[in-house]
Design a protein around this ligand. Sequence first.
Ligand code: NDP
Ligand code: GDR
Length: 376
Amino acid sequence: MKRALITGITGQDGSYLAEFLLSKGYEVHGIIRRSSTFNTQRIDHIYVDPHETDARLFLHYGDLSDSGQLSHLIYNIQPDEIYHLGAQSHVKVSFEIPEYTGDITGLGTTRILDAIRRSGIKTKFYQASSSEMFGSSPPPQSEKTPFYPRSPYAAAKVYAYWMTVNYREAYNLFACNGILFNHESPRRGETFVTRKITRTLAHILAGKQKKLYLGNLDAKRDWGFAPEYVEMMWLMLQQDHPDDYVVGTGESHTVREFVENAFSYAGIEIEWKGKKEEEKGYVKSVIKDWEGIIKEGDILIEVDPKYFRPTEVEFLQADITKAIEKLGWQPRTTFNELVKIMVDYDMLALDLTPPGEGIKVCQDKNFLYTHHKQTF
Ligand code: NDP
Ligand code: GDR
């Protein structure tokens, strides 16, 4: 039985990757942080009491700032594969806590690489690199595009990227960078823009919130579906040689389009008025279902400049030629389907009846996809 170690197992990607590796017969070990409230909601449904004989998921306390514990875990678990996903992963927050972000998102990678080197164990290593590293470099971005980071987060990821390349070249380590473009899901953290939009939309429909406040509506992102992207992490480590790969859909959309699409799916058409810093989204038309809660002319969306970033990444769009040719991978979920999946989930979570097309997409494609009480 192959053994994998995942940092960041409680995050969006870590939880999907753990499901995926368990389905492939792996024994999975994950590093979790001690917190005063439960932080394992995304993996509770796959956790089996270790006293049970068939348990294959094991959790260990640790932190990316603590090299001693990281070395101890790597040496004792002796994993065949290490997926390093843990990070302070929020770009806007990285401007508030640049030093901490450098420590965890940047140096955290070095701590793991060096623990592998010192332990002398033979393992494969995956680094969660990011399209944010391209920053201001114009699209489409490929493995050959120069990095131009625009945030402390992106700068830390560029450092971690090069440390991964360096350990591959210096110590012959099987180490890969997956340069992943934005990928989303119902498990996406609530403060990233896609989830913020779909979750707030559901709260508005449930009469629990009045407005959605956003920052830059014109930023363009290449948004894919997270469960598909974790398959790529695994695929990279199954190749004969370690390498770096860009993963995305090859298609880009603005934040504004995401908003319009999500609201329209729920039966609300939006029209925009006002200058960039004070733009507002008005209800142009609304279906009967939301009578008494929403009416034509209501303002449901407002720009709040506090969400603008000191330096922004305007336009990301992946060139996935290498992943298609070398790994035989293709994204399967479209932008429209992704929006539907996320809106359906957030409506169900508030006991609203969703349009349901997103649920159907998940069922048709047979995604490993269980969360809370809903099965997609
Ligand atoms: P999340 O923010 O959902 O998850 C981050 C994980 O890292 C959580 O498990 C978190 O633990 C853990 N973590 C944070 N700080 C520490 C620390 N000091 N010590 C140990 N663990 C820590 O991120 P995603 O799942 O979305 O992303 C996974 C990785 O991929 C990240 O490195 C991210 O930067 C990168 N990435 C993500 C993309 C995306 O679109 N999602 C695209 C490209 C790269 P806790 O739950 O306790 O907070
Ligand atoms: P990003 O994702 O910064 O690309 O990083 P995020 O969803 O935070 O922002 C995407 C774009 O939306 C704009 N935006 C807002 N963003 C947030 N969070 N909140 C808002 O209210 C808002 N309004 C507009 C942003 O300015 C930005 O242009 C994500 C993370 O998962 C990283 O860890 C990962 O490396 C990259 O994706 C690829």
